[in-house]
Design a binder for this molecule. Sequence first.
Ligand code: ZN
Length: 138
Amino acid sequence: MPAQTSKILPIPTPETETYWKGCAAHKLLIQYCTNCDHFQFYPRSICTQCMSRDIEWKTASGRATVVSYTVMHRSVSKAYGDEYPQILALVRLKEGPQMMSHIVDCRADKISIGMSVEVTFQDWTDEVSIPVFYPLSS
Ligand SMILES: [Zn+2]
């Protein structure tokens, strides 16, 4: 596990601190509103459906579907490595919310909309891990 990185790291806020701690423990935590039975991502202090503050954290299944993607052929910084192309994707979690992430362990010519993927985590530092997704089948 790397101790240092020159990558741009997330800065947790009161709303996102639990999410990032979950990622560090390799758990994908998303918010769930007990008032209206609604999952949401990204983390917020209120439910986006009913404005309730009755929100709790649940561990997501980690299963998702690719909604859209783009293939990046160049890095913006050497900090992000030199293994290109990389796939940036919008995925829809099984629970409903969508999130931006990377697809790993997948050739750029094999990615497709509707592909089933599952979360894994990249350890960027001793304290920061980032959720990424890999194909469940190719
Ligand atoms: Zn709600």
